[in-house]
Design a protein around this ligand. Structure first.
Ligand code: BES
Ligand code: MN
Ligand code: ZN
Length: 500
């Protein structure tokens, strides 16, 4: 499906669309442009001269070739000013290019990759970014209408024309596709309605991933949890008849089971708030409260395909948070798997409860590094909005590595302060070790630090994706709804963690 060919081969390629990049401040220099222009009788250059196309980033101009070229249609894509070209810029440009590929249902697409480069060294990265963008923008939210919304003509072939190294560029293009598809998997899980994505369904999705990549999987049910003493997860799960699950996936990419990186994802498949019930306005969106689990599963799907030399554990505590007659109540004191007791001041602060047992269980299974991912607080949306994930950590080094992975993945993460007084706010119960809801001020910080209490001395980073897991308007690469936030960052971290 993906091919890399020499730059000059473009002329003979039968494709539905041929894409050529053009810099705003370097419009005349391309040989391919000259040849296209000659083939269509000089009108393209005339158009550029008259400034009818400026080459501004994301500007796209297209025309049918009507038999004058083997490509049916040519798309000229603005790349912006050379001095402003950056990974972020290339991501945007490729996102708009890819959207057009899907919009016009081009089944066979060709891209003159070298026309997008600023420096020769960019080629590998550009190939990766193109593969990722094509995949990310292909995602559509599944609907359940009588007439579904699936497209008739899917993208089948992508051919890149370049003077660069064919093998390396093909590998990058395919890696981009893998990262994109893992993200799309996470999006799809998040967008699935709560009645079709119960903890049991989430466990089945995890099983599919494990089986297709030969990973070990273990799914604990209520009885197992009772035996082990997972009192925090069980307390949340007692308010619903849907059976809870503790989902564990194990990817071993090294000979020895050491340097274990654990991802702990909040798998709350619907959050009504429990007895501290949420207002009904927009409550339906709380089907997205398993966004952390989705990010972890998306990352595992990527890891399963990339096969890095790393050991990765995925731990997903999963439950609904409802309010039947047995539901936990404000004031209840519960005993977590770690032995620490928790006073439940607010049943809607359930994420940190299930994560407490998830993190403790990850440690029991040998985690050396822990990254938890969760749609944990509304407060992080107030602090950072929809675009940036909030982080809390106990370890500078791991935080630095994660920030680097986020940067490479084109995802925004910002660290929140976690000075001592915030930690003290958790110790304000008269009857238990911890208070699960110490109040609104610094709400995202105290929520993160609550989870950190269970990580102890193990290097740990907490990612609050309550704002970023769900897009209210749609993003550059995807529709409104689940975004798949952090799937790529986590997978990238697994690939980089042990590299010096
Ligand atoms: N799942 C919510 C957080 C959330 C809010 C996710 C909005 C996505 C969008 C979480 O379980 C929650 O209810 N948090 C409470 C905590 C509070 C009771 C301390 C919140 O943020 O209000
Ligand atoms: Mn809640
Ligand atoms: Zn929640």
């Amino acid at each position: 499906m993906y091919n890399i060919k020499g730059l000059n081969d473009w002329k003979n390629e039968q494709v539905d669309g041929l894409f050529l990049g053009l810099y705003e401040d370097d419009k005349q220099s391309s040989e391919v442009l000259d040849e296209i222009d000659t083939a269509i009788g000089g009108s393209l250059k005339q158009l550029l001269k008259e400034n009818r196309f400026n080459g501004k980033a994301k500007e796209i101009f297209s025309f049918h070739t009507l038999g004058q070229l083997t490509a049916k249609k040519v798309y000229i894509v603005g790349v912006g000013k050379k001095a402003e070209a950056s990974d972020e810029q290339f991501r945007s440009v490729f996102a708009s290019l890819s959207k057009v590929v899907h919009r016009d249902q081009l089944q066979n697409t060709a891209v003159i990759l070298d026309s997008f480069i600023k420096d020769k060294e960019d080629l590998d990265q550009l190939s990766y970014l193109l593969g990722e963008a094509l995949e990310l923008t292909s995602y559509k939210v599944a609907n359940y209408k009588e007439k579904d919304n699936q497209v008739e003509k899917q993208l089948e072939g992508v051919t890149i024309f370049t003077n660069g190294s064919k093998d390396a560029l093909l590998e990058e293009l395919q890696a981009g596709k893998v990262y994109g598809s893992g993200t799309n998997l996470a999006r799809a899980l998040v967008n699935t309605p709560g009645n079709l994505m119960t903890p049991t369904d989430l466990a089945a999705a995890a099983k599919d991933i494990a089986e297709s990549h030969g990973m070990e999987i273990d799914i604990l049910d209520r009885e197992d949890m009772e035996k082990l003493g997972m009192g925090a997860l069980l307390a949340v799960a007692q308010g619903t008849e849907q059976p809870p699950k503790m989902i564990v996936l194990k990817y071993q990419g090294k000979k020895e089971w050491n340097d274990v990186l654990a991802f702990v994802g909040k798998g709350l498949t619907f959050d009504a708030g429990g007895i501290s019930i949420k207002p009904s306005l927009n409550m339906h969106e709380m089907k997205m409260d398993m966004g952390g689990a989705a990010a972890v599963l998306g990352a595992m799907e990527i890891i399963g395909q990339m096969k890095p030399e790393a050991n990765v554990l995925a731990v997903i505590p999963s439950s609904e948070n409802l309010l039947n007659g047995l539901a936990m109540k404000p004031g209840d004191v519960i005993t977590s798997l770690s032995g620490k007791t928790i006073e439940v001041r607010n049943t809607d602060a359930e994420g940190r409860l299930i994560l407490a047992d998830g993190v403790t269980y990850a440690k029991h299974l040998g985690a050396d590094y822990i990254v938890d991912v969760a749609t944990l607080t509304g407060a992080v949306i107030i602090a950072l909005g929809e675009y940036t994930t909030g982080a809390v950590t106990n370890n500078e080094e791991l935080m630095e590595k994660l920030l680097y992975s986020a940067y490479e993945s084109g995802e925004w993460v910002w660290r929140l302060p976690s000075f001592e007084p915030y930690r003290k706010m958790l110790k304000t119960s008269d009857v238990a070790d911890l208070n699960n809801s110490p109040g609104r001020p610094g709400g995202s910080i105290t929520a993160g630090l609550f989870v950190g209490e269970f990580a102890g001395d193990t290097p740990w980073v907490h990612l609050d994706i309550a704002g970023t897991a769900w897009s209210s308007k749609g993003t550059e690469t995807g529709p409104k709804g689940g975004t798949g936030a952090m799937a790529r960052t986590l997978a990238n971290l697994a690939e980089q963690l042990n590299q010096k």
